[in-house]
Write a protein that binds this ligand. Structure first.
Ligand code: ATP
Length: 656
């Protein structure tokens, strides 16, 4: 009763644009969230809408765009939300801070880099660059170890451990114990390598992705002026997808909202799926437990049919905040469970479903196949190829991680930060006759001269670079280019050198060359090299698609469940829900089922109209995990726990 009255009272004074567009729970969250507020948004309940209208409401109350910070999980989400706010309010949003944690932190560090021992033009190492740097350090470190060196952990594993430590603020020891206990004998070595890696990054004036977060948190904790400037600027800090934030991200937003005390976070605890990256499920739990937190729930599901919503309500993961979703749609069909004999039969069944949907005129873009790990989709991919059903893989390599784009980027990066040794090495090695050793010599000789104040041309002349005529002439001209015209620089790199290199090196050079031309096009929208490089290093693949992939428009989507986060399709087909496959074998072995349940929840909540869940009689392909046989109990089988009345169950032998 109390609650009803409260909502009614609010309604009387609320602007029409809110009343017209929000349901009661959404409205309550938009109007009454302030101070520490947590908005638990069930799947498909309009999280985006609530954030959009919350900001529109703040603006209507006189809050300026520059006083608002919105942190989202992807760059695309930030753009989508700001576009919608602009539509709703018709207001100029200049000055608003909206982006991912990495963007926001990058913005802060560009202003205060000096305070933490960096120059403002620091470069950002993407995860491949950071791995390359770790490789150099690791190889130097293990020199002279003799036989032991062979068993030394690879740079990619070292990278995982130190990244986990950075994001969780845990020690190397704790991190090893949590994610790679078999490395415990290397604790001291990894600690050393970490130290060297930190030092090296400072020397070359570069930060990796984790540094953007760690250095920001560090800056805000010790530099009173920076904290004062930043925290006094923002009246409201809003965080989307709060369930997937980690400890350091929480510290950052707490610091930034420490003056205004308005920290509004939105998320769904049941969809927290990134613990392997350090995301902390406990961030939500702890937020709820605070005395001053206001809790809101939005529970009307606008996405799925009532049949699917009943199923979703029944599959709420363990330890979730209580929720009861209501559907606003008409009854349709129940979710289907399809039992096939093996993987091959599963693929045949999936093809049949897809063909049936094509006959019913369902758009291919409205069909998605989801799975726990990529390997589970291999047989299906072959079948789709043979049936010529077009598909796209969501979680492929990012455009900017492809070799040709990285090559071109390496030239741009040294132009921006001449101390970036990873990019020097990469670009120099593209010229014939230059190998790792020569590239390292050239880098060392050139940069040591820079440090003494010798100018670029002299430094080039006094180094081994002079011996390689083509390279020497090329770099000389490159360094004369106008840094405010990234497109002209790319044009120069491509036409003077890379086109020929590409034609001689790649079988599919035509499509790669098209990528580079497109890359040049994109760069023409940026007024400086700095802005362009930042955007390229910090964006996800969504904004820039590769030419090859763009050609096919109408395709079904294949993706891991992680890649499906936040997306929706009319028809969702979930593969291999067998204990060992999904839930994943390691999770069963370590009895960490909670996150698997949340992943399953994410998967089933992507479906709008139809949901197909497949399992095989032959079960998981591999019951042996790390040399032990894993006894699969009923409680590990998601399907065995589904109430019969909520689904239709078929066996391929008589259905298909
Ligand atoms: N009040 C409303 N009235 C009508 N439609 C709504 C309302 N609120 C949200 N929707 C619609 O519901 C759909 C789902 O919303 P949205 O994509 O924001 O979900 P979400 O909460 O982000 O879901 P998830 O967390 O599962 O990805 C959208 O198509 C949105 O337009």
């Amino acid at each position: 009763m109390e609650e009803d009255k409260k909502i009614f009272e609010i309604k009387k004074e609320i602007p029409k644009f809110l009343k017209d567009n929000l349901d009661e729970e959404q409205l309550d969250a938009v109007i009454n969230s302030n101070g520490n507020s947590l908005i638990i948004a069930g799947p498909g309940s309009g999280k985006t809408r609530v954030i959009t209208y919350k900001i529109a409401y703040l603006l209507s109350q006189g809050v300026k765009p520059s006083e608002i910070m919105l942190v989202t999980f992807t760059r695309a989400a930030a753009k989508q939300m700001t576009d919608r706010i602009r539509n709703v309010t018709d207001q100029d949003l200049t000055g608003i801070t909206a982006g991912t944690f990495h963007h926001v932190c990058n913005g802060i560090l560009r202003r205060y880099a000096k305070a933490i021992g960096y120059e403002n033009n620091f470069s950002i190492l993407d995860s491949e660059d950071s791995k390359d740097l770790l490789k150099i350090i690791r190889n130097e470190y293990k020199e002279g170890m003799g036989e032991d060196a062979k068993k030394f952990p690879k740079e990619s594993v070292i990278q995982k451990v130190i990244s986990y430590a950075s994001n969780t603020l845990k020690s190397i020891r704790e991190s090893i114990l949590e994610i790679a206990p078999y490395l415990i004998d290397y604790e001291n070595d990894i600690e050393h390598i970490w130290g060297n890696y930190q030092e090296m990054k400072k020397n070359i004036n570069a930060m990796d992705y984790d540094d953007l977060l760690v250095n920001t948190a560090h800056l805000l904790s010790f530099n009173k002026k920076a904290l004062n400037d930043i925290a006094s600027k923002y009246k409201y800090v809003l965080v989307d997808e709060f369930q997937d934030t980690n400890k350091i991200q929480l510290e950052i937003v707490q610091a930034i909202s420490s003056y205004s005390k308005n920290l509004i976070v939105v998320g769904d605890d049941s969809q927290s799926i990134y613990s392997f990256r350090g995301a902390r499920y406990e961030n939500i739990e702890e937020f709820i437990k605070r005395d001053d937190t206001k809790l809101f729930k939005i529970q009307t599901n606008y996405r799925s049919t009532p049949n699917i919503v009943s199923f979703i309500n029944n599959m709420l993961p363990n330890n979730s905040v209580e929720k009861n979703l209501k559907s606003v749609r008409k009854e349709y069909v129940k979710p289907n469970i399809i039992e096939t004999f093996d993987d091959l039969e599963q693929s045949e069944a999936v093809i049949k479903i897809i063909e049936e949907k094509i006959d019913q005129d369902v758009d291919l873009n409205e069909i998605a196949v989801l799975y726990r790990s990529h390997a589970l989709s291999m047989t299906l991919q072959q079948k789709l190829d043979s049936q010529q059903i077009p598909y796209r893989l969501l979680s492929g390599k990012r455009f900017i991680e492809t070799k040709h784009i990285k090559d071109v980027l390496s030239f741009l990066k040294i132009l921006y930060n001449p101390y970036d040794n990873i990019s020097w090495n990469r670009s120099l090695k593209l010229f014939s006759g230059i190998g790792v050793k020569t590239a390292t010599d050239i880098y060392k000789s050139i940069t040591s001269q820079f440090k003494e104040g010798i100018n670029m041309l002299e430094a080039f002349k006094n180094s081994k670079l002079k011996k390689f005529k083509e390279a020497y002439e090329f770099y000389k001209k490159l360094f004369e280019k106008d840094k405010n015209k990234p497109d002209e620089i790319i044009n120069f790199i491509f036409n003077e050198f890379y086109k020929e290199y590409s034609n001689l090196t790649f079988r599919n050079s035509a499509s790669r060359n098209m990528d580079i031309e497109r890359f040049q096009d994109i760069s023409s929208q940026y007024e400086s090299l700095m802005k362009f490089l930042e955007e390229m290093t910090l964006s996800e693949n969504i904004t820039v698609k590769s030419a090859e992939r763009d050609q096919k428009e109408d395709q079904i989507t294949l993706t891991t469940v992680h890649g499906a986060k936040g997306l929706e399709w009319k028809v969702v087909i979930l593969l291999s829900v067998n204990p060992g496959d999904f839930p994943n074998g390691m999770a069963i072995k370590e009895k960490k089922l909670d996150e698997e349940e949340r992943l399953f929840y994410v998967a089933i909540t992507r479906a709008k109209d139809e949901l197909y869940i497949l399992k095989q009689i032959t079960g998981s392909t591999n019951p042996f995990m790390s040399n032990s046989y894993v006894f699969v109990k009923k409680e590990y089988d998601f399907i065995k726990n589904i109430p019969e009345n909520l689904v239709e169950t078929f066996k391929t032998s008589y259905k298909y």
